[in-house]
Design a protein around this ligand. Sequence first.
Ligand SMILES: C[S@@+](CC[C@H](N)C(=O)[O-])C[C@H]1O[C@@H](n2cnc3c(N)ncnc32)[C@H](O)[C@@H]1O
Length: 235
Amino acid sequence: MFIIQSSNYLQFLAKFGIGGAHPGGINLSKALFEHENIQRGVDILDVGCGTGQTAAYLASFYQANVTGIDVHPLMIEKARQRMQKTHLAVNLIEGSIEQTSIEKESFDFILAESVLAFVNQQRALQEIFRLLKKGGRFIAIEFTLPATLPSQLAQEIQQFYGFESLLTKKDWVTLLQQAGFHNIRIQKNKSISSQHEFHFSQHIEPELLDVMDEHMTMNEKYGKYLDYRIYSCTK
Ligand SMILES: C[S@@+](CC[C@H](N)C(=O)[O-])C[C@H]1O[C@@H](n2cnc3c(N)ncnc32)[C@H](O)[C@@H]1O
């Protein structure tokens, strides 16, 4: 029997080259950016940028100065291919957001789209706070544990997706406050969705097809529990 390891879900996303791998996808991202003051040339960091779909949009639509960071080498490689193809000067860094060597207060705006659930949230939020300029904005779209989720299901979800920990709305707000953020706003937008984008690798391990099947089964079985919120705040 194939035992699904915590990292296999991210490996599946990377090998399938899934863009917009967050609830609401690129259309939700676009809608959120409309409410932010994103001027030409502002410095933006896309944390866990994946294959770079959002980073490319910010660079082309807003002509922002965009950096993407991702811990997965294949994600960064696919993001790099995208930027080369589209002639976008997005700076891409392979590394973890838990600790970077980027200079402090480098960004006006930082976003994390379905990333923080996979990392040590305390360390990542401290680093994001350090990297943000004073008055800068941070937006995260993150899995949020519903109060009604039975603990056995929670464990199953955590194990399959490889989430570092499962946080409720209250936990997220506490962590954001502890990191120093203020003006914290929580939203949910169920009405916006997007088609995923795919950028397949040439070789895909058969086990990863099982991960895809399992992901679909999880969605069918536990869809109502796979909830998320949009957290926006200011430094
Ligand atoms: C669900 S995917 C979302 C990707 C992208 N934000 C999107 O919406 O398409 C999560 C991403 O977070 C990245 N990631 C996981 N842990 C990370 C870490 N410690 N630092 C940076 N990126 C990380 C993964 O490699 C993956 O690309």
